[in-house]
Design a protein around this ligand. Structure first.
Ligand code: HEC
Length: 454
């Protein structure tokens, strides 16, 4: 028996089909039906099926055949499946990379005429439901939202009641944009019913003039130009956060970012939605279609089936005070955060915009030893994955998390909207962010709630 690796999309597979190519002495020809389809079904078709994010379907032989050479090139060069963490740092349960054997099979297939073989050998094709990449137990959809093209960049906050009468535990969740052309990102957070009016009032106030550090244009925020510049957050008492603002804890069942697949928490680890909570959809719309469209973004949730031993929450650690000079091709920004309690590390996400070039986080333990947690050597705005650890481990109270990012604000960065501008923190993608999010739990099973009183 061969072990079937658990990838998020494996959930959508009815079964994982096993290869038995080398059973007999003679080496049979490599065919689509027998050898290649099982690889595609497990590693590719989650995106490469009709009407999903990839440009072509790889489900049937007829669809896949014209792409044989392109596929060979993409897998040999490890461009596909997309995966941006340095494989020599950390071991991740959602590691999407193909094995050397799978790459060799695909290469052999393409080089020997990309044959179909016997259709009877085909494994059952995975089934996808209404755009979801897993099968949700429950779906919450925002009311129809009119997205005008006037503002181009807008952050909307939309609250949807869960009407849960008891606490619920989220194992898997995915945010599905209603209209991919205008939904730039969407973060769904859990908030209590009484927090809804408070946060709306706060936003109205800041829209009216911003606060000490931020100003607002339309429905987006920017850093005030007079805020002091701190590129090396680790040289700053606040670690790079705005003075007086804490790096905060958030409960995020799922986020939609480009290239992001469902968030699958390890067995026993789940995110709690307390009874009566609301889901806050923070949606960044960017409508360049020249006309108003209607969006209905949704979140799909699968509840934990096994007993939950660890409640998951996340620290969002930022440098919000950097300045990237115009034309600078390699601008370094750091943030530092010292853990206020023992935590169990569960997952990492690196977040920057178009000028993001690389990011990594190193832990400096209280005993002085260092450990690199992850490294994204070639950050790509279009592929913002969350890296779920294969083995959770303890980061003790007092551990310092040092995040180092590089930005490319030069004309040689093809995504750079404007290399002539000095760039500071701002919500529009044309401005920048520098964020490291650590998903964590308490270290003791069933201990105090990770998300604290929030
Ligand atoms: C997470 C989603 C995702 C997965 C998984 C994925 N792809 Fe892709 N693929 C894309 C998207 C989106 C594009 C187009 C944008 C790009 O090239 O980055 C693409 C592009 C490609 C291209 C280039 C097409 C062209 O225009 O030249 C090939 C070939 C390809 N994928 C093959 C594969 C194969 C083979 C696998 C599995 C081994 C795979 N992909 C897995 C999303 C995915």
């Amino acid at each position: 028996m061969e072990y079937c690796r658990i990838a998020p999309f494996a959930l959508a597979l009815a079964s994982c089909t096993l290869l038995s190519a080398a059973e007999s002495g003679a080496k049979p020809a490599v065919t689509f039906s027998h050898d290649v389809a099982p690889i595609f079904y497990q590693h590719c078709v989650v995106c490469h099926h009709p009407n999903d994010i990839a440009p072509m379907s790889l489900v049937t032989y007829k669809e896949a055949r014209p792409w044989a050479e392109a596929v060979r090139e993409a897998v040999a060069g490890r461009k596909m499946p997309p995966w941006h963490a340095d494989p020599s740092v950390g071991v991740f349960r959602n590691d999407a990379r193909l094995s050397g054997a799978d790459i060799a099979t695909i290469e052999e297939w393409a080089k020997t005429g990309a044959e179909e073989g016997n259709p009877a050998d085909l494994p059952p094709a995975p089934v996808f439901h209404d755009g979801w990449h897993f099968q949700p137990d429950v779906v919450f959809t925002i009311p129809p939202e009119q997205v005008s093209s006037a503002g181009q960049d807008e952050y909307e906050y939309i609250y949807v009641p869960t009407n849960f009468t008891e606490d619920k535990w989220v194992q898997v969740a995915e945010v599905l944009p209603g209209d991919r052309r205008v939904v730039h990102h969407a973060t769904v957070s859990v908030v209590s019913a009484d927090a809804v009016p408070k946060s709306e009032a706060h936003r109205e106030k800041s829209a009216a003039g911003g606060d000490k550090y931020r100003y607002t244009t339309g429905k987006v925020q920017h850093l005030r130009p007079e805020v002091p510049v701190v590129d090396d957050g680790c040289s700053d008492p606040g670690g790079g956060a705005l003075p007086g603002e804490k790096q905060y804890i958030n409960r995020v069942p799922a986020i939609y970012l480009p290239g992001h697949l469902p968030e699958v928490r390890p067995p026993g680890y789940a995110l709690r939605i307390p009874a009566g909570s609301y889901l806050q959809f923070q949606i960044h719309y960017s409508n360049r279609l020249g006309r108003t469209v209607t969006d209905r973004t949704a979140i799909g949730i699968k509840f934990a089936e096994e007993p939950v031993t660890h409640e998951v929450a996340q620290y969002e650690i930022w440098n919000n005070m950097f300045l990237i000079p115009p034309g600078d091709a390699n601008h370094r920004v750091t943030s530092c955060f010292t853990l206020p309690k023992d935590v169990m590390a569960v997952a990492y996400t690196a977040h920057m915009h178009y000028r993001g070039k690389s990011m990594k986080t190193e832990a400096i333990f209280p005993d002085g030893h260092h450990q690199m947690l992850y490294s994204v050597p070639k950050y790509d705005f279009h592929w913002q994955e969350t890296y779920f650890l294969e083995n959770q481990f303890i980061l003790p109270k007092g551990t310092k998390l040092v995040t180092t990012a590089y930005f490319d604000n030069s004309p040689n960065n093809p995504l750079n909207p404007d290399p002539t501008k000095a760039i500071r923190w701002g919500e529009p993608s044309g401005e920048e962010m520098m964020g490291f999010w650590l998903a964590f739990s308490d270290i003791t099973p069933g201990g105090e709630h990770a998300a604290g009183g929030k």
